[in-house]
Ligand binder design. Structure first.
Ligand SMILES: Nc1ncnc2c1ncn2[C@@H]1O[C@H](COP(=O)(O)OP(=O)(O)OP(=O)(O)O)[C@@H](O)[C@H]1O
Ligand SMILES: *[C@@H]1O[C@H](CO)[C@@H](O)[C@H](O)[C@H]1NC(C)=O
Ligand SMILES: *[C@@H]1O[C@H](CO)[C@@H](O)[C@H](O)[C@H]1NC(C)=O
Ligand SMILES: [Mg+2]
Length: 439
C-alpha cells in the first residue's frame, strides 16, 4: 500500500512545464536519463521485493471461498472442511498448535490443486512464495539410507523457515511414500508446545497430501451412487467410519502408522471424492476458458468421452480424475488449428487479427517507453529548473547583499566627507567672516 503512495507522491512532479523544443544540453539529458534509470531501478527493487510474512487477518476468506466455488469441482466435503478450518485458524490470534490438515483421495481429484489455491490466498505469489514450502517425498527424500540426513535437514528447514516467518505453509506431497521415521521428525512441530527451543510454531500450516484410503473413498462414493443417493449427501462421518475400518490400519502406508495418528496431531482428514463425468466436463470447460478459447459444448463432450471411467460397466468415475484434461484438450485443439488455412475467410481474418495484435503490442510498448522517457526526462529537467532557481535566488541575494553593503559603506563615507566638508566650510567661513568683520 505504502509503496503506491510513495509513487503517487512523485507524480505531481511529472506533468512538467517542459516543452520538447526547448534546447537541452546533451550531457544533461544523458546524465538525467542515467540517473533516472538508476533511481528507477533502485526504487523498483526496493519496493517490489516487498513480499511480506502474513501474520494475522490478512487473508480474505470470502475470496478464497469464491475461488474454491469457481475452480474446485465435485469436492463439497473438501471445500467445506478446508474453508472452515482455515477461517477459524487464520483468525485465531492464539492457536494452541499448528494447523495440520491431511488431504487424501484417489489420483487427479484436486489435492495439489486445492493446496495451490490455499497457498495463493495466503501469499499472492502462491507456490513460488518464499513462505510456502513444498516437499515431495520421492523428490526430496528418495533414499532410505540417508534417512538421518533427511531428518536433520528437514527439521533445520522447518525451524529456520518458521523462525523467519511464523505463518509459513509446508506442503508434504506423496506422504504415503514418505518414510515413517521422517514423519516422526515433523511431529514436534505439530504438537501442543507454546515455544519449542524458543520458536513458536503455532501459526504454521502443514498440509499433507496422499492417496491413502483412495480406494475406500472411491468405494463409498460408488455405493452412494449405486444406492441412487446424491453425492452431496456424503458426510464426513460416513467417510471417517469407513476409514477407521480399513485404511488407517493398513501396514504399508507409513503415514497412518506414525505417532501423528496416535497422538491426534493431525487436525483434519479431508477426503477427496472421485470425479464423475460431469465434473470432468467442468474441468474441461474451466481449462478452455482459462486458455481464452470459445467454449464449445461439442468439444467438451468429445474430450470428456475420451477419458477412461470405472467401474467397467457403469463408467461412473474418471480413473485419472481431471489430471490429464489439459493434455487431452491439446490433442483435440491441434487439428482445428491446422484446419484453419483451408478456410480463406478465417485465414485472412486470422492474419488480420495477428496484425492487430502486433500493432497493439508494439504501439503500447512504444508508448510506454515514450512515456517513461518523457516522465524521467521531465522529472530531471524539473529538478534542474528547481536547482537553477535556487542558485539564482542564493546568488542574487549574495550579490544584493554585497551591493547593499558597498552602497551603505560608500554612502556612509560620502556622508562623512560631506559633513566634514560642511563643518570645514562652516568653520572656515565663520573665521573668514570674523576677520572680515573685524577688518
Ligand atoms: N476437483 C477438481 N476441480 C477442478 N480441477 C481439478 C480437480 N481435480 C483435479 N483438477 C485438475 O487436475 C489437475 C491435477 O490435479 P491434482 O494435481 O490436484 O491431483 P492430485 O489430487 O494431487 O492427484 P495425485 O494424487 O495423483 O497427486 C489440477 O491441476 C486441476 O487442473
Ligand atoms: C526454508 O525451506 C527451504 C526449503 O523449502 C530451504 O531451502 C531453506 O533453506 C529454508 N530456510 C531456512 C532459513 O532454513
Ligand atoms: C505388515 O508388515 C510386515 C513387515 O513390516 C509384514 O510382515 C506383515 O505381513 C504386514 N501385515 C499386513 C497385514 O500387511
Ligand atoms: Mg498430487
Amino acid at each position: 500500500m505504502e509503496k503506491w503512495l510513495f509513487l503517487v507522491l512523485l507524480c505531481p512532479l511529472l506533468p512538467a512545464p517542459v516543452r520538447p523544443h526547448e534546447p537541452v544540453p546533451l550531457p544533461a539529458v544523458v546524465f538525467g536519463v542515467c540517473l533516472g534509470i538508476g533511481t528507477g531501478g533502485f526504487i523498483w527493487n526496493f519496493f517490489s521485493s516487498g513480499e511480506s510474512c502474513k501474520e494475522l487477518e490478512e487473508v480474505d476468506i470470502a475470496d478464497l471461498q469464491e475461488d474454491l466455488e469457481n475452480r474446485l469441482f465435485g469436492q463439497h466435503l473438501a471445500k467445506g472442511i478446508t474453508l472452515q478450518a482455515l477461517s477459524g485458524f487464520l483468525r485465531n490470534e492464539n492457536p494452541s498448535k499448528a494447523l495440520a490438515i491431511s488431504f487424501h483421495g484417489p489420483t487427479g481429484t484436486g489435492k495439489n490443486y486445492i493446496s495451490q489455491i490455499i497457498a495463493r490466498h495466503i501469499y499472492p505469489e502462491g507456490m513460488k512464495s518464499r513462505y510456502v514450502h513444498q516437499f515431495v517425498s520421492t523428490l526430496h527424500f528418495p533414499h532410505v539410507q540417508h534417512l538421518d540426513t533427511y531428518k536433520d535437514q528437514l527439521q533445520k528447514w522447518i525451524r529456520g523457515n518458521v523462525t523467519a516467518c511464523k505463518r509459513s505453509v509446508f506442503i508434504f506431497d506423496e506422504v504415503d511414500k514418505m518414510h515413517p521415521g521422517l514423519i516422526n521428525a515433523i511431529k514436534p512441530f505439530l504438537d501442543y508446545y507454546d515455544y519449542l527451543e524458543r520458536v513458536d510454531y503455532r501459526k504454521a500450516i502443514f498440509i499433507f497430501l496422499s492417496n491413502t484410503a483412495g480406494e475406500v473413498i472411491s468405494k463409498l462414493a460408488l455405493d452412494f451412487w449405486k444406492a441412487g443417493k446424491v453425492r452431496e449427501d456424503i458426510k464426513l462421518s460416513d467417510v471417517e467410519h469407513q476409514l477407521s475400518l480399513s485404511a488407517f490400519n493398513k501396514n504399508n502406508s507409513g503415514f497412518w502408522h506414525s505417532s501423528l495418528i496416535d497422538r491426534h496431531l493431525i487436525d483434519l482428514y479431508v477426503p477427496f471424492l472421485p470425479l464423475e463425468q460431469q465434473h470432468v466436463k467442468m474441468c474441461i470447460k474451466r481449462e478452455i476458458m482459462d486458455r481464452g478459447i470459445i467454449v464449445d459444448v461439442e468439444l467438451i463432450s468429445k474430450v470428456a468421452n475420451d477419458m477412461t471411467y470405472y467401474p467397467k460397466d457403469e463408467k461412473v468415475f474418471s480413473v485419472k480424475g481431471c489430471k490429464v484434461v489439459s493434455t487431452k484438450l491439446n490433442l483435440y485443439l491441434l487439428p482445428t488449428i491446422m484446419d484453419r488455412p483451408r478456410n480463406l475467410n478465417i485465414f485472412s481474418g486470422f492474419f488480420n487479427f495477428v496484425s492487430w495484435v502486433f500493432w497493439g503490442i508494439c504501439s503500447s510498448i512504444s508508448n510506454f517507453f515514450h512515456f517513461v522517457f518523457w516522465a524521467i526526462f521531465s522529472l530531471f529537467l524539473n529538478i534542474f529548473y528547481i536547482i537553477s532557481w535556487v542558485f539564482w535566488g542564493i546568488c542574487s541575494s549574495i550579490s544584493n547583499f554585497f551591493n547593499f553593503v558597498f552602497w551603505a559603506i560608500s554612502s556612509l563615507f560620502l556622508n562623512i566627507f560631506y559633513i566634514i566638508s560642511w563643518v570645514f566650510w562652516g568653520i572656515c567661513s565663520s573665521i573668514s567672516n570674523f576677520f572680515n568683520l573685524v577688518f
